[in-house]
Structure formats: C-alpha cells, structure tokens
Design a protein around this ligand. Structure first.
Ligand code: C2E
Ligand code: CA
Ligand code: CA
Ligand code: CA
Length: 277
C-alpha cells in the first residue's frame, strides 16, 4: 500500500488540497533538513543462529528541531514523489559507505555487511550505478560488504534494465536482498531471474508466526523457497525468543528485530557487539 493513491488526483476535494499543501511544506522542510544535517543513519543489528552480529541495516532518522524524531514512513514517500530521494539517497549511500570503512578497520566488526534501503526512483535513475561506483571509490568502501535492499514492487517494471543494473553491481561484489518479501506482487518466474542473494521475511508474517497458521504457512513457504533457490533468508521484526526459536526450527538462520537490538547510532552498535563477545 506504499504507493497507494499516487495516481489518483482529486483536485476538487478540499481535504486533498490540504493534503497537497502539507506535502509541499514537508518537501520544503526535507530540503532544509538536508542542508542543516538533521538526518542521520541508525543501524539495526542482524544476527545469525548463534547470536553473533553479522551485519546491520541502515535506517534513516530525521531529528526535527521542533517535531522531534520524524518517522521515515512519513518522509520517504514524500521524498520519493518529489524527487528529493535522489539527493537524499545519495547522502544515505555515502554515509553508509563511510560507516562501512569505519567498521572495516575493527577486527570485531570488519566482516559486517551493511544493508541499505534503496527506493524505486533512486534505483531507476540512470546514473545510479555510476554514482554508486564513484562513492565506493572515493570512500574506499569494499563493495563485498555492501547489500542493497530492494522491494518486489520496484522490480516489476523495466525488468531488463533493472537486471542489467543489478548484474553490473553484482559483478563488483555487491549483494541484493528482497525486502518485505511476500507482501507485494511477486511473480515467482521473475524471482528466478533476479540476481539476488537473500529473501527478507516481512515482519508482518513474523509477528504472529506462533499464533496465526496462515502467517506460519507463508513464513515456511518463503524459507523453503529460499532454500530451493539457494538464497539466504533473514527474518525481520523478531521480537521474542519464541519467534526466533520457531524460525530456527524451520530453517531460517538469520534474524533482525527488537529481540536482538533496536536501530541505534553506529557507535552504540560497536559497543554492544564488543560487550557481547
Ligand atoms: P523496512 O525497510 O521494512 O525497515 C524495517 C522497519 O521495521 C524499520 O522501521 C525498523 O526500525 C522496524 N523494526 C525492526 N525491528 C522491529 C521489531 O522487532 N518490531 C517492530 N515493530 N519493528 C521493527 P523504520 O526505521 O521506521 O523504517 C520504516 C521504513 O522506512 C523502512 O521499512 C523503509 O521502507 C523506510 N526506510 C528507512 N530508512 C530508509 C532509507 O535509508 N532509505 C529508504 N529508501 N527507505 C528507508
Ligand atoms: Ca529494509
Ligand atoms: Ca522490511
Ligand atoms: Ca517494511
């Protein structure tokens, strides 16, 4: 439902007009926030079945001077429709690459893979690959430790173009994870052609995996699909040890969620890792 209503313009609905005015105001604020460096990346640990941290997902945070912490769910869609996701996305990639370099210098963190969320529009821009390559080059980040999270919905159009871009990035060592898997319109035939290395089970299925048999069936299906396609599988939104145990028992060995750690500033993640080992 992320892109819901994007194509429905009701110019004569006063509620909609107000909505539009609000969106313009927010666009303006996003622009200012970039200049004033109000954005920062938080990182949420990803762990394996032994509990060891194997990487982290970068999640953007906006510290608004008046409104406090603004959720990415509120501003990423606006940034996407206004095109601001392009400069913002470039900043996200750059920032994550710098962090990757910092982690690469510490023996305890150097094997961590950093996952970045990439928006449809960001990935579709013609310069995406060239920009990413130049960012890797000038930051010195090792592409083998960079993972891009894409969603199913962004992969349905211009498939040839998308696969070509993915192949180019895969050739230098970048890996891909299919985010929110199971929530979109995935064609299994198409999945087979994508050069991805990981499926990410959406937290909506993980949430009730112990009490809802439909969610459990979907989670089992995704795990067995991943296995038969020789893909890794990671579950997001793991909040309890019982959920982790269920996933582990059914063959999902990588996890992310509040049970292991909330998204935090990069230096807090370093600390929690060294205290755990
Ligand atoms: P997502 O990519 O599906 O990220 C997972 C969301 O689930 C994050 O919300 C994370 O904080 C939250 N989460 C993680 N573990 C748990 C858990 O155990 N329980 C619950 N209830 N939630 C958990 P967040 O950080 O608010 O981000 C929301 C969405 O905003 C992301 O969903 C992603 O679509 C988008 N987003 C966040 N950062 C970025 C970014 O840097 N770039 C782009 N393009 N999108 C981003
Ligand atoms: Ca994600
Ligand atoms: Ca997700
Ligand atoms: Ca999501």
């Amino acid at each position: 439902a992320k892109g819901e209503g994007r194509n429905t313009c009701r110019f004569f609905d006063p509620k909609m007009q107000q909505h539009t005015a609000q969106r313009f105001a927010l666009q303006h604020e996003i622009r200012e926030a970039m200049q004033q460096q109000q954005f920062t990346l938080f990182y949420q640990p990803q762990v394996d079945h032994t509990g060891a941290v194997i990487g982290a997902e970068a999640l953007i945070r906006w510290f608004h001077p008046e409104r406090g912490l603004v959720s990415p769910m509120e501003f990423i869609p606006i940034a996407e429709e206004s095109g601001l996701i392009l400069p913002l996305g470039n900043w996200i990639v750059e920032e994550a690459c710098h962090q990757l370099v910092r982690w690469s210098k510490n023996p305890a963190t150097k094997a961590w893979v950093v996952s970045i969320n990439v928006s449809a529009r960001q990935f579709q821009q013609q310069q995406f690959v060239a920009k990413l390559l130049s960012t890797l080059q000038h930051t010195g980040a090792d592409p083998r430790y960079l993972r891009l999270e894409l969603t199913e919905s962004m992969l349905v159009q211009n498939q040839q173009d998308i696969i070509a871009k993915m192949d180019e990035l895969k050739n230098i060592g970048i890996t891909f994870s299919l985010d929110d898997f199971g929530t979109g319109y995935s064609s299994l035939a198409y999945l087979k052609r994508l050069p991805i290395s990981e499926l990410k089970i959406d937290k909506s299925f993980v949430n009730d995996v112990l009490i809802n048999s439909n969610d459990a069936a979907i989670a089992r299906m995704i795990i067995s699909l991943a296995r038969s396609m020789e893909l890794n599988v990671i579950a997001e939104g793991v909040e309890t040890g019982e959920q982790r145990d269920w996933l582990k028992a059914h063959g999902c060995l990588h996890y992310q969620g509040y049970y292991f750690g909330k998204p935090v500033a990069a230096d807090e993640l370093d600390i929690s890792d060294s205290s755990a080992t």
